[in-house]
Design a protein around this ligand. Structure first.
Ligand code: HEC
Length: 156
């Protein structure tokens, strides 16, 4: 037996550390379980709350002014800018604001802008209406989306 082989055997014959680790593993899982369960419950609570939470129209006005007003007016009879006037948009059939030159995709969409449609559109405009020409990447914070929709809903 070469010395190197003997050394290898010596290492293989000392599994003490591994055994200790294996014995501690169930303990570690048990110790961390409540934290993991709590974290999972929180994630669930947040995801359940997201789209259903009531929006705050006052907060939504600020969102509109910072995210939408450069392209949309919302007052009754307001002008079309780069995007169409959005007065009364909640409940209105898409692509029908008078005097606005919509993309063929938006004209063909043919649905009414319910709160649910807006909640799907605003975070990902091109996903809901592929080929529409609204050059907006999307509003990704669920609370801001809810607030904004509450504001839009109040403008009619
Ligand atoms: C950079 C300009 C721009 C920004 C910013 C923008 N939009 Fe638009 N929006 C457009 C354009 C252009 C269209 C027309 C799309 C088409 O015809 O394909 C449009 C269309 C829409 C429509 C469909 C209207 C209809 O009559 O069917 C809604 C709803 C809408 N935008 C809401 C919003 C909201 C809410 C925001 C803010 C989060 C926003 N947009 C931000 C340019 C913009």
């Amino acid at each position: 037996m070469t010395p190197r082989w003997r050394a290898t055997q010596a290492i293989l014959a000392t599994p003490v550390q591994d055994e200790e680790f294996e014995m501690r593993l169930p303990e570690m899982i048990r110790d961390h379980m409540p934290v993991m369960t709590l974290a999972a419950a929180l994630v669930l609570a947040v995801s359940m709350n997201g789209p259903a939470a009531a929006g705050d129209a006052t907060a939504g006005k600020a969102v509109f002014n910072s995210q939408c007003a450069m392209c949309h007016t919302i007052a009754a009879g307001g002008p079309n800018l780069l995007g169409p006037n959005l007065h009364g948009i909640v409940g209105r059939t898409g692509g029908t604001t008078k005097g606005y030159n919509y993309s063929p995709a938006m004209k063909a969409a043919g649905f009414a802008w319910t709160k649910e449609k807006l909640a799907a559109y605003l975070p990902a405009p091109t996903a809901l209406v592929p080929g529409n020409k609204m050059p907006y990447a999307g509003l990704h914070q669920p609370q801001k989306v809810d607030d904004l929709i509450a504001y839009l809903d109040a403008q009619k």
